[in-house]
Design a protein around this ligand. Structure first.
Ligand code: F6R
Length: 612
């Protein structure tokens, strides 16, 4: 995934674009570039590497005179990261510059077609065809050239184009990749995501697939690809700019971990414990008859969102007494899934732009399923294409490793589960009341865990020098162990295997050697004895066990058996995943810090994966 910014107005465009790019750095960061419409010429600067390298390259008044321009940060797909492959790309005449996010599937055919007409390509990217197509179609009107260009393109794109002959105009288009126009006074902005312009304006147009925007300092006109003008509603962005920045924390990840109590409250607000009491989720748009008819639930997602789905498998089955299937989006699309008529089909995606999840959503819809999406991003592709949307309201998540988004996905899934239980009559009024109260109390309990960082730091100090470790748990603890292990791996680069506790003895126990760190989750009262015997198996082989246990009668016994114990405050067993994941997030964070890793931008990863 890459990031696009654009600006036109009364200010020097360079600093505006630069700060916009920095806010989008989470989208991808192998190269960066900018093109500015300066009075005498179109000036372009681009480089492989961080934005700071670009900043050093761009100096001098020449660049500062441009009042309009476009910028880009790239996460390589077609063509390795390099100065030449960095965006913006130019046409042969060097009068047109484009930036692009997405994948042009027919670029080889287009490139051949353009080369036959004399165009010369210098990069290995798919994106460069856009600049040459615009040059080919240009007849004095940049809008028409862009409209004709996108007509030829198969695949996904968000793009912005400028022309040296029109010093204040940007023309932008999108299909399946996000693009938002920020509306200022005498200035306008273009970006892949809102934080890029939030310092300047909160008013925005969210472009829809197929729309093309002509943006000047004083006007934004939006057209269909056939050239018909569109009237659009202005969206008011409700986040504040500070929410998208670090607010004094050293990393976005720890800021986002610390924001979880607030994020949880937001997810539940208006949905639980309102004036009528109980659970109220009108956004599901399900009639009592439709709810009564649900006989199975199918959940699709990737990565951390998939782990949220795995927790839901245990909790939904326990509460609703109906089977729940959870599948990886990348697998779902390539087998022959059996989708029953009376099935509730759910996709989960923080970004709402994950290509695999989007493909699964489309496949399910094609097979006639009505899709409910759980997502964090309003205006995202998943949110727009699903039949119904349940927003998690986590607020912007910038760190690549997902924390608050995961927690709000979990609480969304609990809300949905209890709401269905309420409507189906699977739980009594007293049970629902108990669950609702326990849920409302969770943000306070999360706060108490977050205040105990020092206990986790001691564990992280032990873990940091190791290259390998295990996470174990039974039942929902296993689903949380998977998420804890993924978190550790992606940001600290320690190899972490998560196992169902009972499964270790079927092979992996052979890898337990003297001192190896093992993180054991024990939060489910009904299976405490079984979990304890698994821990003893590991201790007997010299493993160093850190145990995360629900506070209760048995915790003192654990204390004697293990090398480190974190007491998780008590709640209903079924809600424990909301609490038990918090110390695991902190453990991953502090281990990564102790190992000197770039926590927010781990190698090889990007925040939103828009390729299959
Ligand atoms: C890990 C992480 C990823 C994402 C996955 C799906 O911390 O963030 O595993 O969960 O790429 O992303 P979304 O939820 O945006 O579809």
């Amino acid at each position: 995934m890459s990031g696009i910014v654009g600006y036109t107005g009364g200010q020097s465009a360079y600093p505006v674009l630069l700060s916009g790019l920095k806010k989008l750095e989470y989208r991808g960061y192998d190269s960066a570039g900018m093109a500015l419409l300066c009075p005498k010429e179109l000036k372009i600067a681009k480089t492989m590497g961080k934005i700071s390298i670009l900043e050093k390259m761009i100096g001098g008044d020449g660049y500062l005179q441009g009042l309009a321009g476009i910028g880009h940060i790239r996460w390589a797909t077609h063509g390795a990261p390099s100065d030449i492959n960095a965006h913006p790309h130019l046409d042969c005449s060097q009068k047109f510059a484009i930036v692009h996010n997405g994948i042009i599937e027919n670029y080889l055919n287009l490139r051949r077609w353009l080369e036959e007409r004399g165009h010369r390509f210098i990069s290995e990217t798919d994106s460069e065809v856009l600049a040459h197509l615009i040059e080919h179609f240009f007849d004095g009107d940049l809008f028409r050239a862009v409209a004709n260009t996108v007509e030829k393109v198969e695949g996904s794109f968000a793009m912005a184009a400028i022309y040296d002959g029109e010093k204040e105009k940007l023309v932008c288009a999108r299909r399946d990749c996000p693009l938002i126009i920020g509306l200022g006074e005498g200035e306008n902005f273009v970006a892949s995501d809102v934080p890029a312009f939030l310092d300047h304006t909160r008013r925005a147009y969210i472009l829809e697939n197929g729309e093309i925007a002509v943006v000047t300092a004083d006007a934004v006109e939006i057209y269909t690809s056939r050239g018909e003008i569109r009237t659009k509603k202005v969206d008011e962005i409700t986040w504040n700019a500070a929410e998208a920045e670090k607010e004094g924390y050293p990393h976005f990840m720890i800021k986002e971990i610390m924001e979880q109590p607030q994020a949880l409250r937001r997810t539940m607000q208006g949905r639980l414990g309102g004036p009528g009491g109980g659970f109220a989720l009108p956004e599901l748009n399900l009639t009592p008859e439709e709810i009564g008819a649900i006989e199975q639930i199918y959940i699709i997602a990737c990565g951390t969102s998939y782990h949220a789905g795995l927790v839901a498998k245990y909790t939904m089955e326990r509460i609703l007494k109906i089977p729940v299937e959870v599948d990886l989006a990348s697998e779902f699309c390539y087998r022959e899934p059996l989708l029953d008529k009376n099935m509730l089909f759910i996709v989960i995606s923080q970004s709402g732009e994950t290509a695999d999840t989007l493909a699964a959503l489309r496949l399910a819809r094609k097979k006639g399923k009505r899709v409910l999406a759980i997502t964090n991003i309003v205006g995202s592709s998943v949110a727009r294409e699903a039949d119904n949307v349940f927003f998690t309201w986590a607020g912007p998540e910038i760190a690549v490793a997902s924390t608050k988004a995961y927690l709000t996905q979990l609480s969304s899934l609990y809300l949905i589960t209890y709401y269905l239980a309420q409507e189906k009559g699977s739980l009594s009024g007293a049970e629902l009341g108990e669950a609702g109260n326990a849920m409302l109390n969770l943000p306070d309990l999360v706060e108490t865990i977050l205040a105990r960082t020092d206990e986790i730091q001691k564990m992280a100090a032990y873990l940091a020098p190791w290259e390998s470790c295990f996470y174990i748990g039974r039942n929902i603890d296993y689903a949380v162990a998977l998420e804890g292990a993924l978190k550790l791996e992606e940001i600290s680069y320690v190899h972490a295997e998560a196992y169902a506790s009972g499964e270790l003895k079927h092979g992996t126990l052979a890898l337990v050697t003297e001192g190896i760190p093992v993180v054991a989750l024990v939060t489910q009262r009904a299976i405490i004895e079984k979990s304890l015997s698994n821990i003893k198996e590991i201790k007997a082989r010299g493993g160093h066990v850190f145990c995360f246990a629900q506070e209760g009668e048995a915790t003192d016994e654990f204390q004697r058996e293990v090398d480190g114990l974190f007491r998780i405050p008590a709640t209903l067993d079924i809600l424990m995943p909301i609490l038990s994941v918090i110390p695991l997030q902190l453990l991953a964070y502090h281990t990564a810090i102790a190992r000197g890793c770039p926590v927010d931008n781990p190698r090889n990863l990007t925040k939103s994966v828009t390729v299959e």
